[in-house]
Design a protein around this ligand. Structure first.
Ligand SMILES: [Fe+2]
Ligand SMILES: [Fe+2]
Length: 260
């Protein structure tokens, strides 16, 4: 029996690319052999630049934290609508975590409001329960699912996949790099792999997150499809299909081309 999981990460709202979002939505409504059984939103849904202590004195739009949260809720609601019957998971990223760092640093008396479903928790800010998501997994937390470890990601640089694999001791997937990558290791204990998912934010043009070089980020845009096959002997195998989006165009696993 085949089941399908979707992992989508790093929208970095307000820097999400609406063409990529449109392609994800259209992919989700396409007919597939196996319906989406689990949807994982893998963190950095919002950018929260205004809450970063790095940018405290820079010219930032103080209202953006409200609009980022509202846009995030709108997308989470849309994803719920497009994945009926799926289990929905939200794993926080380092950008969501900027809220806790900010409050801890500047108003530590209020930090208690971030815990246990209180008013500054992401369960409340993103309406996760109402929108059909399981309780927020705070950065750097993980979600174990069908033998794989899903997380936002702790490492960057050339050896990121090897380091994630070593730290978790299991095959898995993360975002955070904004690059599609695969690191594989086969040894006497078996075959292991760490997948880095692409991002949903702009990778070029005027609305990229900060840090571009010459107007381009060395990033990949898209999301991940993971198929699991559970055999009767209880041995499980999986197949990972990256859905790569290039300037508003993508080829679906069934060969159909989507142009946003
Ligand atoms: Fe990110
Ligand atoms: Fe990140």
């Amino acid at each position: 029996m085949i089941s399908r999981t979707i992992f989508v990460a790093d929208y970095q709202m307000p820097h999400q690319d609406p063409r990529a979002v449109d392609i994800l939505h259209r992919y989700l409504v396409m007919e597939h052999k196996a319906p989406v059984d689990t949807l994982i939103v893998g963190g950095d849904l919002v950018d929260f630049k205004v809450l970063s202590t790095k940018f405290l004195n820079s010219q930032v739009n103080r209202q953006s934290v409200v609009s980022e949260i509202e846009t995030a809720k709108y997308e989470l609601d849309h994803l719920q609508y497009l994945t009926p019957g799926a289990r929905r998971i939200f794993i926080g990223g380092n950008h969501e975590q900027r809220l806790r760092t900010y409050i801890r640093g500047l108003a530590p008396e209020l930090e208690i409001f971030m815990n246990d479903d209180r008013s500054l928790s992401f369960d409340k800010l993103f309406d996760l329960t109402e929108l059909g998501y399981q309780p927020y997994i705070e950065y750097p937390g993980i979600f174990e699912h069908k033998g794989l470890t899903f997380k936002h990601g702790d490492y960057t640089g050339a050896g990121a996949g090897a380091r994630e694999l070593k730290r978790e001791g299991s095959s898995g997937m993360s975002g955070h790099l904004h690059q599609y990558r695969v690191h594989t290791e086969t040894n006497r204990k078996g075959s292991h792999a760490w997948f880095h998912a692409p991002c949903m934010c702009y990778v070029r043009g005027p609305n990229m997150p900060p840090g571009a070089h010459e107007g381009v980020q060395d990033w990949t845009q898209g999301f991940m499809e993971i198929l699991f096959y559970e055999a009767e002997d209880e041995k499980r195998i999986f197949q990972v299909n990256p859905i790569i989006i290039t300037e508003g165009r993508a080829i679906m696993p069934n060969g159909q081309v989507i142009v946003a």
